[in-house]
Write a protein that binds this ligand. Structure first.
Ligand code: GUN
Length: 293
């Protein structure tokens, strides 16, 4: 890493955030906050993500339960019925439905069933609507984590051109809303790109801050990036390799090519990933307070 290029480590920031949550949880009287994870099927990535979330929850004193549904025999209605039951359960503060769901289920329909105050992902239409209106809401974890990361490393966004290569409900849409807000860590000029964007390179080259989340490992090298830009890499892909695990993790950025060329870059792993999980713990604590109001 060249001296002029900063590594935006998410591990460090996440560690601070988790300590804050742990301390706050330890001061609560009564039962600890409780989050329920609903996972349909056993896709490797989903299993790994949910396990990570459970592990962090235990570390900060948050109780978590995992309910696994068979992808062959579970219907959308069965999942919705479970969400409705958890909405009514006073011992549960947070509900998270891990994406993706099988093609036979409508993710939006399922998450819109979650009570907004228990929606620790911040994906339901009420929380998304509040976010767009800049009203108090539970914010989606990955975008909120990116904002926290930029804040920690004093990366200004006001007046900057932020290019996001992702238009999903999980990253691109909510992140654009956060960056467009008036005030600190907002006031950016935001361009959202996607698979149908024409001449993507000519747009990413204009970014002061480039957010990558398209799942194309190592694709974005210096031909896509302005010299001195800040690169936030949300992509995380398993690339086959001859090691014990049989794969290595790569982001969308070509890290080796960019590290001496950009002003700052997040590593993969250890960048945005830990931030997402830390924000989920913060959101669970927030949900606990909303549920105990
Ligand atoms: N799948 C990938 N990222 C996420 C996330 O942040 N929340 C949920 N529920 N599913 C995901």
């Amino acid at each position: 890493m060249c001296a002029c290029c900063r590594l935006l480590s998410g591990k460090e920031v996440a560690c601070d955030l988790l300590l804050e949550v742990k301390e706050a949880v330890s001061k609560l009287s009564g039962r600890p906050p409780c989050v329920v994870f609903l996972r349909v099927g056993n896709a490797d990535a989903s299993v790994a993500y949910v396990n990570q979330k459970k592990k962090r929850a235990a570390e900060v004193g948050i109780r978590s339960l995992l309910k696994v549904f068979d992808s062959e025999t579970t219907t959308e209605q069965m999942l919705i019925d479970e969400v409705k039951r958890l909405n009514e359960d006073a011992s549960v503060d947070g509900i998270l439905v891990q994406a993706p769901l099988p093609d036979s289920m409508d993710f939006i329909k399922v998450i819109n069933t979650i009570a907004p105050e228990k929606d620790v992902d911040g994906f339901c239409s009420i929380n998304m609507g509040r976010l767009i209106q800049s009203e108090p809401a539970i914010s989606p974890c990955t975008p909120a984590g990116i904002i926290e990361l930029l804040k920690y490393y004093n990366v200004e966004t006001a007046g900057k051109h932020v290019v996001i290569v992702n238009r999903s409900l999980i990253v691109g849409k909510p992140l654009s809303a956060l960056l467009l807000r008036h005030g600190v860590l907002g006031d950016a000029t935001v361009t959202v790109c996607h698979s149908r964007t024409k001449d993507l390179r000519s747009i990413t080259q204009q970014a002061d801050i480039l957010i990558l989340a398209c799942g194309r490992p190592c694709c974005f090298d210096r031909f896509y990036v302005k010299k001195g830009a800040v690169v936030v890499d949300v992509g995380i892909s398993r690339v086959p390799a001859q090691n014990e695990r049989g794969y290595v993790l790569h982001g969308d950025a070509n890290f080796e090519d960019l590290k001496g060329y950009v002003a700052a870059i997040t590593p993969v792993p250890g960048g945005v990933g830990p931030m997402t999980v830390a924000m989920l713990m913060k959101n669970t604590l927030k949900a606990y307070h909303l549920c105990h109001h």
